[in-house]
Design a protein around this ligand. Sequence first.
Ligand code: FAD
Length: 411
Amino acid sequence: MTNRAQAQHCDVAVVGSGVVGLAAAAGLALAGHRVTLVRREPAPPARGSDPAWDERVYAVSPASRALLEALGAWQRLDHSRVAPVYDMRVYSASELHFGAYETGIEALASIIEQDNIAQALEEVVRDAGSVTQLVAEVTSVDLVTDFCSAALGLGSGVRLQARLVVAADGADSPLRTMAGIGFEEQVYPQRALVAHLATEHSHRDCAYQWFGDHGILALLPLPPAGSGAGLGRCSVVWSAPTALAEELARATPEEFARRVQAACGAALGTMTPLGPVLGFPLRRRIAATLLGPRLALVGDAGHLVHPLAGQGLNLGLGDITDLVAALKRAGAPDGDDPGRRLRLLRYQRARALPIAAMGTTTGALQQLFDPATPDALGSLSGAFIATRELGWRVLEHAPVLKRMLIARAIG
Ligand SMILES: Cc1cc2nc3c(=O)[nH]c(=O)nc-3n(C[C@H](O)[C@H](O)[C@H](O)COP(=O)(O)OP(=O)(O)OC[C@H]3O[C@@H](n4cnc5c(N)ncnc54)[C@H](O)[C@@H]3O)c2cc1C
């Protein structure tokens, strides 16, 4: 039920306070829009001086770093907890190496805890001045209220009228559902397990990934774990076939560390746990469109991809860069009507290729290395595996192709 006495107005209503929603609120406010951020939970208190490590970490690409810098969030990170990635080694039957040096960039990525990024963005949003924050659940959406605005019904009784609604409400996006936007979905026969481990040997600022019957195992570098716990600290993201994932989820953290150590051939020596093991389902979900009348989907609400390339958040931050740019009128100051269809179409066009490319690449790689794929090919399985390994070797000796792949991953 709406309450006319509690009607509020803004230029842009951003729904969802994950990293993408916070970046949207910050970016749109800095571009001159009056923003209302609708969030389920109040902003968390500032992090203490030495908070527990957050198991959820992101490989943040140089393009995402550029956005965070432009928003002033990069400068507010706790940099003692950020690790650069200078090299990446990917193993199947042979090894592929990607290097920042040979690519001519400072680092391939930066590994950052979710809490660290979120806290920095919370500060930017708090200090932005033109962001109003409402703690409430969106319960209804009326995208055709009139020709000038859309309306959100909030659980708090407030009716929020906005010229543009930005849905940053995650993979299960209630707004996407309420707007009647469908999606294409693929449920992967895998589950991701993530944990932090101390390692006997240093990772030497290198990210590692192994493709095999065990699924896809990635080790991401983190700052050292301190004396006595080994030389290195790394984040494990193990996308394991369902049966194995269930077995690993039942294991103790110590047993999980031993299994990781065995699966990667003790590449970093003995491994010991530094915290719990978390599990995530793996799906690909691509929305049929990023747009509704006066509505734009961003982040996982628009596209959920397999984490094997570590690109989901980067894709979402790319949405924010392109959305902010699309809402600007060429040669005119910001402002005016951010929900104009032409501007939204500009946003959708800019995102079409990156989203299609990432969805297709991660899906194809997952399938290429899914142990079930050769089984399904029967007598052709030997040829399939040989061709796959040949492609891998060709890529390692094709620097131009490798540079193209890196450009796609960092851009
Ligand atoms: C194992 C794993 C590893 C990953 N590693 C990487 C990586 O290395 N690099 C990378 O780029 N990406 C990575 N990703 C992907 C990344 O986690 C996601 O793409 C990213 O978190 C999506 O952010 P988001 O803000 O769009 O959505 P979310 O983080 O899901 O946030 C959605 C927000 O909306 C709120 N919300 C929902 N409904 C409502 C409502 N009705 N009203 C108000 N608020 C609402 C929720 O409470 C939440 O705060 C990984 C993913 C997994 C599973």
